[in-house]
Design a binder for this molecule. Sequence first.
Ligand SMILES: *[C@@H]1O[C@H](CO)[C@@H](O)[C@H](O)[C@H]1NC(C)=O
Ligand SMILES: *[C@@H]1O[C@H](CO)[C@@H](O)[C@H](O)[C@H]1NC(C)=O
Ligand SMILES: *[C@@H]1O[C@H](CO)[C@@H](O)[C@H](O)[C@H]1NC(C)=O
Ligand SMILES: *[C@@H]1O[C@H](CO)[C@@H](O)[C@H](O)[C@H]1NC(C)=O
Ligand SMILES: *[C@@H]1O[C@H](CO)[C@@H](O)[C@H](O)[C@H]1NC(C)=O
Ligand SMILES: *[C@@H]1O[C@H](CO)[C@@H](O)[C@H](O)[C@H]1NC(C)=O
Ligand SMILES: [Ca+2]
Length: 536
Amino acid sequence: MWPPSPFAARPHSSSDHSRAMLRQAVLLLLHCFASLTLGQYDLCKSLVSTDDGAVWEQYACQPKAQSMKDYMRVKVDPPGITCGNPPERFCTLENPYLCSDECDASNPDLAHPPQLMQDREHTGRITYWQTVTWARYPEPLLANISLAWNKSLELTDDIAITFEYGRPTLMVLDKSMDHGRTWQPYQFYADDCLESFNMAPKRVPDLSPANITLVICTEQFSRWVGSKNDKNVKFEVRERFAVFAGPRLLNMDSLYTRMESMKGLREFFTFTNLRLRLLRPALGGTYMQRDNLLKYFYAISNIEVPARCKCNLHSSLCLLQEGNLQCQCEHNTTGQDCQRCKKGFKAKSWKAGSYLPTPNGSPNTYCECYGHSNRCSYIDYLNIVTCVSCKHNTRGQNCQHCRLGYFRNNSAELDDEGVCIECNCNQMGSVHDRCNGTGFCQCKDGTTGPKCDDCFPGYYWKQGCYSNVCDEELLLCQNGGTCSQNQKCICPPEFKGVLCQQSRCEGGKACNTASTLHLLAPLVLLPHLLATLTAH
Ligand SMILES: *[C@@H]1O[C@H](CO)[C@@H](O)[C@H](O)[C@H]1NC(C)=O
Ligand SMILES: *[C@@H]1O[C@H](CO)[C@@H](O)[C@H](O)[C@H]1NC(C)=O
Ligand SMILES: *[C@@H]1O[C@H](CO)[C@@H](O)[C@H](O)[C@H]1NC(C)=O
Ligand SMILES: *[C@@H]1O[C@H](CO)[C@@H](O)[C@H](O)[C@H]1NC(C)=O
Ligand SMILES: *[C@@H]1O[C@H](CO)[C@@H](O)[C@H](O)[C@H]1NC(C)=O
Ligand SMILES: *[C@@H]1O[C@H](CO)[C@@H](O)[C@H](O)[C@H]1NC(C)=O
Ligand SMILES: [Ca+2]
């Protein structure tokens, strides 16, 4: 879809010069539009310049949507269901007496083989596959159409099946995600859902975001509206997308975010095969009329399947190779759906890319929690994908850092269990329990050593390092004092002070007497004490 050109209505000069300029402007404009049309997730990587030179930045990427009818292998069942062998006549529902249509498998102009459901109708003439009529009524007229791609695909828009001569009154669309080994119903179609499938009729707008992947029965495409009014039976993809992305699908980020977080949403749009089970043809709005069975049959002119190759967000290109669609894988992945790591890249476990964080997504080659976590989570308000509950003392978006209190083991790889080593900082000697990248702790004053369990010279250890009070070199104890374990001077009786530098008295002799008297006092009192004791 192209935005209308803002230049379209401008008058322009007819001179050659300005015409050339205009052409250049238009070319420029085309170029701009080309890059504008480059949608989200179209690029797997881009060269960006950084301080360290140009480096590749990797993004989640997916191929463009294509018309997958060009690649589908069609098979119809039962084998004799296609008309024209032997040649036969048909009537129309609108005018049961107009029976001029002929089907003849041997005449290219009158044959209606299955491939006419997927041709491109270049001539403008509608071409269609057609079945035999319901001549064997009341035995039901049943037909299966199996569509195979041999490739996982993801729907990008509505599947539309175009029925000429009226849409079936009963039909089931099935899908397979494993190349036809197992099947599941995708949608039921009936003019009366309750009666035919015992399901209440629903439409996609009835669904809430929580039950958008519900398989429903719809009556919208099975009621008779005249064979020319609405020929299409749809599987509504746009309407389902719109529940998240808004009615005009402007908010695709929101859809892609849901694709990541809502279980089963992405798978709901994924398939390798489709199957149409046609269970009852159009009846022309009336009851089955046994007298004119030539007007009941199926005829399909086109099956449109807009989808993209599922490449697990590791490829932006999907090409036909030896008859099969094949993702052209990036991010060192390989396989039809880029579902494996390339040889030599096995060390890292394979992961699908992620639509998140928006807008570029991530190839997930590195989220990657290095084996320290097996769960990632999207943080909405930060728009990042992050590992949850990193083990082995790691932390960070990718468990790529060591927890506080641990440091990186340089001889271990990032995915080694022993990648983080405990700092083991001495609790007394260090400021906190963290260390730097080589395991050095931050020491308190006077403390040293990688773990802060040593003291600098001039300090002594006692549950931490303390400044020496005395030592043998600079802080000598004076007046005959002796230094005990650098912690204190043991002073002779007459001296006090940290370094015994202070005499206990002011004026020499008086002080001496006092102190002698003091020392002798108990002796002086002794006779008196004895006298007191013996008096009794
Ligand atoms: C259509 O496919 C279903 C499921 O495999 C099968 O049961 C049924 O018999 C098939 N019908 C015809 C007409 O081949
Ligand atoms: C399906 O595709 C795979 C991978 O490209 C290929 O090996 C295989 O032969 C294909 N099968 C058919 C039936 O084409
Ligand atoms: C879907 O869920 C909503 C509520 O979440 C409910 O009202 C609605 O009936 C559900 N639709 C179907 C089809 O179950
Ligand atoms: C793929 O491998 C190459 C070579 O080892 C490496 O330079 C590049 O970063 C890898 N790309 C991704 C997305 O892992
Ligand atoms: C560092 O990692 C190596 C390699 O795994 C391991 O042998 C060593 O024990 C680790 N060192 C410590 C201190 O855990
Ligand atoms: C850690 O600290 C030590 C001592 O200060 C220093 O020699 C070393 O270079 C530091 N290592 C890092 C990675 O900063
Ligand atoms: Ca056709």
